[in-house]
Design a protein around this ligand. Structure first.
Ligand SMILES: NC(=O)c1ccc[n+]([C@@H]2O[C@H](COP(=O)([O-])OP(=O)(O)OC[C@H]3O[C@@H](n4cnc5c(N)ncnc54)[C@H](O)[C@@H]3O)[C@@H](O)[C@H]2O)c1
Length: 305
């Protein structure tokens, strides 16, 4: 008889994780993208636009939601000019009603949703003791409540189709909490927890739908500019002091040398096809996570991130 338990019990909650059953549940990727419908939030720029281009290139119809209407119009025009079918609407992901309106646009236009990517996000660097409550609320509303509302609204529509995929964009900041990024880290850890739980719940009830979480490293996008523009009151990060300004500038130069967002779009498409849960753009960075776990197990210290 095997000494391996057939079930594990989650620490703290006592809830049973029937991992073996979960592992046995077939987890098949989407192989046929032609004519399928993908909805992407934050789809007018950066990683979201990279996903939209990859999805459209694979024959999918694309629905984009974004706060930036000029960029949204340009993205829809670009995709349409390339021969794809695309629509978009202004959407603030931190509002449940805007997520619902985006779903209505997808259903009214195409009659179905097969793939949803909760991607819109922002972030600003500020030390925890300086972070204003308005900033905490804004960042968590967009970066965590956005994906929560997205899952709530779009999962039932995808399940109606009997096949499909749901993805959310977290970050390596959802695995390792670096300094100066408290609210962003809290939100992105939440997104990783949301999607991990969702994937286990889906497997637990033998759903044909699969979930994944995108944890990018540095990607060359407009996130710094958008975050400053959208920040409540539009205060500049340097208002929080020289350290924040230095951190913002070093993040900016890291992003400028980062991966092309179109490449990230291709990785997400590939992960959907392969039914891969973790989508990492810089897998070697996961070693930092290994160091953190090693330190935790060895002497319960917090490793340097
Ligand atoms: N760029 C990176 O290095 C990096 C790394 C890790 C994670 N991410 C994550 O990737 C996602 C996409 O960011 P990006 O880097 O492509 O930035 P980006 O600014 O180029 O694109 C994000 C898009 O989201 C939109 N947006 C912002 N707030 C919104 C809201 N409330 N509702 C709807 N749309 C909104 C913006 O207008 C923009 O078009 C974010 O969740 C971000 O946290 C980015």
């Amino acid at each position: 008889m095997s000494d391996q338990p057939s079930q594990s019990t989650a620490p703290m909650t006592g809830v049973t994780n029937d991992l073996r059953e979960g592992e046995q549940t077939p987890r098949t990727g989407m192989t046929d993208f032609e004519g399928r419908v993908a909805v992407v939030t934050g789809g007018a720029s950066g990683i979201g636009l990279g996903m939209a281009r990859a999805f459209a290139g694979a024959g999918m119809k694309v629905v984009l939601g974004d706060l930036d209407t000029a960029a949204l119009d340009a993205a829809v025009a670009e995709l349409s000019a390339a021969g794809a079918s695309a629509v978009g609407r202004r959407c603030d992901v931190s509002q449940l009603s805007d997520n619902e309106a985006l779903a209505d646009l997808a259903m009214d236009t195409y009659g179905k949703v097969n793939v949803f990517c909760a991607n819109a996000g922002i972030g600003i660097p500020t030390a925890t003791h300086n972070m204003k409550l308005d900033d905490w609320k804004w960042i968590i509303d967009v970066d965590l409540w956005g994906p929560i509302y997205g899952v709530k609204v779009f999962l039932p529509l995808i399940e109606e189709q009997g096949e499909g995929h749901i993805n959310a964009t977290a970050s390596m900041a959802g695995l390792i909490a670096s300094q100066m990024m408290g609210a962003y880290n809290v939100a992105k850890f939440g997104v990783v927890a949301l999607m991990s739980t969702l994937e286990r719940d889906l497997r637990g009830r033998k759903s044909p739908i699969t979930a994944s979480v995108l944890c990018p490293g540095p990607i060359n996008t407009n996130i710094s500019r958008h975050s400053v523009e959208y920040r409540p009151g539009q205060a500049k990060p340097k208002a929080d002091g020289a350290v924040s300004a230095r951190t913002a500038s070093s993040i900016q130069s890291m992003l400028e040398q980062g991966m092309d967002p179109n490449e990230v779009g291709r990785l997400v498409l590939e992960a959907i096809g392969a039914a891969r849960f973790w989508v990492l753009t810089h897998p070697r960075w996961a070693k930092t996570l290994q160091k953190q776990v090693d330190a935790l197990v060895t002497d319960q210290s917090l490793s340097r991130a």
